[in-house]
Design a protein around this ligand. Structure first.
Ligand code: C2E
Ligand code: CA
Ligand code: CA
Ligand code: CA
Length: 284
């Protein structure tokens, strides 16, 4: 008889091998990729839901790997966190993004003070030089702290003690906004929000997905409505990610969300793309 078991074995193995080889290849290439200049940043606009104007952008890092082509952050950020490269890589992303923000602010002043959102990994959060590095980067670029928003995931702050929150508090006192990223995917105690030095809630894409149909699922609507009213009562702005259709944008606007981000407006792209969008808005 044909051996189904053997067959399955043969099919599964080469794939697993390929994955392991790729992972190993990435791990050995990663530590030197920063020195080789293989990382680049794409920017995705943040749009005000009330008037449709571009308010800024989120910086999203990519790796142009010489063999594998462009790799998304999900392929290498976990490795970078594991190997410790995330600290210099994150600092590089911050530096590039802040410089980009200064260029936007100088050349496109008529579009309003464009802001830059940068993701912070948990390893950066606990790094002793976080505040000092951030201050230096802002000063070197001549950028006001108000131009910067640091995004920290909800899961990184679950159960955070005062030692972890202290650097974030100092940054917030300087005027840097802190956003709670992927909000709604963790298990944070809502009452806990009051204790965190955050000024923006970034609603996870999973909420936006429930609004693909018009009218949306009434339960999804109620949940988002509740989160928005809670956030606003705590003086937090609400940003929604993953907006892919006009119907989603319209429903999220009606629910009172402040800012949106997603393919409906623009995919992440080179900085010139934001120049165009911001200018179109500014000139009507
Ligand atoms: P995130 O912070 O939740 O970023 C949003 C992700 O959603 C991005 O994926 C973006 O490309 C994607 N996205 C945006 N609009 C839409 C949409 O309308 N529909 C769908 N389906 N997706 C959309 P990306 O660029 O692959 O980044 C993945 C994650 O990698 C980010 O999730 C963030 O957590 C992390 N990441 C990116 N850049 C950095 C970085 O410089 N440092 C750190 N520590 N993490 C980063
Ligand atoms: Ca983010
Ligand atoms: Ca501020
Ligand atoms: Ca997300």
């Amino acid at each position: 008889a044909k051996s189904a078991g053997g067959n399955r074995f043969e099919l599964a193995d080469p794939e697993a091998d390929a994955r392991a080889i790729t992972r190993h290849g990435l791990t050995t290439a990663l530590p030197t990729a920063l020195d080789r200049g293989e990382f680049f940043i794409e920017y995705q606009p943040l749009v005000h839901l009330g008037d449709g104007s571009v308010r800024g952008a989120e910086a999203l890092v990519r790796w142009l790997h010489p063999q594998h082509g462009v790799l998304g952050p999900d392929r290498f950020i976990p490795l970078a966190e594991h190997t410790g490269l995330i600290v210099p890589l994150g600092r590089w992303v911050l530096e590039q993004s802040v410089r980009q923000a200064r260029e936007w602010r100088e050349r496109y002043a008529q579009a309003g003070p464009l802001r830059i959102n940068v993701n912070l990994s948990p390893c950066q959060l606990t790094h002793p030089r976080l505040v000092q590095d951030t201050v230096e980067i802002l000063e070197r670029a001549g950028v006001d702290p108000d131009a910067l928003c640091l995004e920290v995931t909800e899961s990184a702050l679950i159960g955070a003690d005062d030692d972890l929150l202290k650097p974030l508090r100092r940054l917030a006192e300087m005027g840097v906004d802190i956003a709670l990223d992927d909000f709604g995917t963790g298990y944070s105690n809502l009452a806990n929000l009051r204790r965190l030095p955050v000024s923006v809630l970034k609603l996870d894409r999973s909420f936006t997905q429930g609004m693909q149909q018009y009218p949306a699922d009434p339960v999804d609507l109620k949940i988002v409505e509740g989160i928005v009213s809670l956030a606003h009562s705590l003086d937090l702005a609400v940003t929604v990610e993953g907006v892919e259709t006009g119907a989603q944008a319209e429903q999220l606007r009606i629910l009172g969300c402040d800012t949106a981000q997603g393919w409906y407006y623009a995919r992440p792209g080179p900085p010139e793309r934001l120049h165009d969008l911001a200018l179109v808005d500014a000139t009507g």
